[in-house]
Design a protein around this ligand. Structure first.
Ligand SMILES: Cc1cc2nc3c(=O)[nH]c(=O)nc-3n(C[C@H](O)[C@H](O)[C@H](O)COP(=O)(O)OP(=O)(O)OC[C@H]3O[C@@H](n4cnc5c(N)ncnc54)[C@H](O)[C@@H]3O)c2cc1C
Length: 493
């Protein structure tokens, strides 16, 4: 008999899990609280301007290859390599560094500040390769049956990796490079896992290897939301239904089985198996009311940064700007140390700008540019009041204007702002934490909320706050790991 799996959430993890499960013969349906699929991987469209609202870096494309092979579909969207990868501008010197994949060319960018850069970056990336080879298959793409199993797995990691377990990201880059510029630039990738380089374990420096050597960054043709459109087309072909505007707020159970999930209108949703793509910690606390995930306990966990994001459609092209651009101030360490807990530290914000129209000119009216700004900010635990968001946005626009030499404000045709309040409310992200639970050593692997439920044998989890972690490639892996669990469980009933 074909069993039914009900998936709560149409984020990337939920959609990819749906196709993996369908391939394995399950009947699948999805419930999504919003009127569009994609979750954080979403889109805003206004007066001919198209913006990716969340993820803009498409990386580790091999995880998407694994997914299409697993599901037997064709890659449902197109992507092309970006080179250069990104630029970084420093306020203090006004200098912009362009990050090329060609290491000789890259070294030339830093010839004035970092002697022997080519040799140093090769050694640094080689260390990143060792971390990648020694951990990804062993630790990341894997389910654990217990904490003990996790520890035994870690013990199989090459002993040469051990020192890295006791360093942070900043210490790792500082061991290879002497200039502040190179240290700061290479450690920006730590923000991808949602914290600063000073509190991100050094093991994540394997991301530098994936960005420069192993894979890179890609432009998804037409914008990142093409990923979701492509997946939704596949779901349609396979008659997998998504019920929109349906938010799960309660449940019924009997013994160790979940019987129904209950939506905001009191409707009961029945299934044999349930897969939760809503945040794995938030859902356990808010819907299942588990004491281990009460508000008090959630507050004590480490969460990734909040984000202030805003989307500007402007009527002119900006010269000398790339697809991905970072703008840094002149107090990196001080800023990083304060930024996630101090509500008043935005005099000179650090930010990132995505210019979707650089690679996809049809994402704005002719002659216009579609700009997406991301500024890392405290979550709602540390800054609950966002009534000053317009002021912060204005200060970023004026900083950006002076760095680009163009009066941006006078060219704005459309503008939308999301603070952590909107991020939290739209997708049920705890206190507006943009990327979910942080990746401290005591919140990864065997310590992260599990992808199977503690009480209900027929409930599983996929997404950023369960294993292996946050980011598009990781949540695709999470759907694979959750489906492995479901298939195993299915054999026992
Ligand atoms: C500003 C920003 C920038 C980012 N940049 C990048 C990047 O460049 N590259 C990258 O790889 N990653 C990036 N990320 C991270 C990436 O977006 C996430 O890790 C990933 O999209 C999470 O997918 P998910 O499926 O786990 O969760 P989500 O996308 O959050 O999906 C969960 C879904 O569940 C729904 N839901 C929640 N609760 C309920 C409920 N009770 N009932 C019904 N439905 C519910 C939500 O509405 C949502 O659609 C970024 C994130 C943000 C916010």
């Amino acid at each position: 008999m074909k069993r039914t799996v009900l998936i709560v959430g149409g984020g990337l993890a939920g959609l990819t899990a749906a196709l993996r499960l369908s391939r394995r013969g399950f009947n699948v349906e999805l419930l999504e609280k919003n009127s569009m699929a994609g979750g954080r991987l979403n889109q805003l469209s206004k007066d001919g301007y198209i913006f990716d609202t969340g993820p803009s870096f498409f990386s580790m494309s091999y995880e998407f290859d694994e997914f299409v092979n697993d599901t037997g579909i064709k890659m449902p969207f197109e992507f092309v390599e970006l080179d250069p990868l990104y630029t970084v501008n420093f306020l203090s010197t006004g200098k912009t560094y362009t990050m090329y994949k060609d290491l000789a060319r890259l070294a030339n960018e830093f010839r004035d500040v970092e002697p022997d850069m080519e040799d140093k970056i090769k050694r640094y990336l080689n260390a990143g390769k060792k971390l990648f080879d020694g951990t990804v298959d062993l630790v990341v793409r894997r389910n654990y049956s217990s904490l003990l199993h996790y520890f035994f797995t870690l013990m199989k990691a090459p002993p040469t990796l051990m020192p890295v377990l006791f360093r942070n990201f900043w210490q790792q880059v500082s061991a290879y490079f002497s200039s502040e510029e190179v240290r700061q630039i290479l450690s920006l990738v730590a923000f991808f896992v949602g914290r600063t380089p000073f509190d991100t374990p050094a093991v994540y420096s394997l991301l530098s290897y994936t960005e420069f050597i192993h894979n890179g960054y890609f432009n998804v043709k037409g914008g990142m939301y093409k990923i979701i459109e492509g997946l939704c087309n596949e779901l349609k072909k396979q008659n997998i239904k998504i019920h929109y505007n349906t938010e799960i707020v309660g449940f019924t159970s009997s013994g160790d089985r979940l019987r129904h999930l209950v939506d905001q209108n009191g409707k009961k949703w029945d299934a044999d198996i349930f897969l939760i793509n809503s945040d794995a910690a938030w859902f356990r606390g808010k819907v299942f009311k588990r004491p281990a995930f009460s508000d008090e306990r959630l507050d004590k966990m480490k969460w990734t940064m909040g984000t202030l994001t805003f989307y500007l459609g402007i009527t002119e092209k900006i010269p000398d700007i790339r697809h991905h651009n970072y703008y840094l101030g002149s107090n990196f360490r001080e800023y990083a140390n304060k930024i996630f807990t101090n509500p008043g530290s935005f005099e000179k914000p650090y930010y990132y700008v995505n210019v979707l129209t650089k690679s996809n000119s049809d994402c704005a009216p002719p002659g216009g540019e579609s700009l997406f700004f991301v500024c890392p900010v405290p979550d709602l635990r540390f800054k609950p009041d966002w009534s000053d968001s317009d002021k912060i946005v204005d200060s970023i626009i004026s900083d950006f204007s002076s760095r680009t030499g163009m009066n941006i404000k006078s060219k704005i045709a459309v503008q939308t702002v999301y603070t952590p309040v909107e991020w939290g409310e739209q997708f049920n992200l705890y206190k507006g934490s943009a990327l979910g639970l942080a990746h401290d050593m005591n919140q990864i692997g065997g310590f992260r909320p599990k992808n199977y439920d503690e009480e209900f044998r027929n409930v599983f989890y996929a997404g950023a706050s369960t294993i292996p972690g946050t980011g598009l490639p990781m949540v695709i892996i999470s759907s694979k790991l959750a489906v492995e669990r479901i298939v195993k469980y299915d054999r026992t009933i």
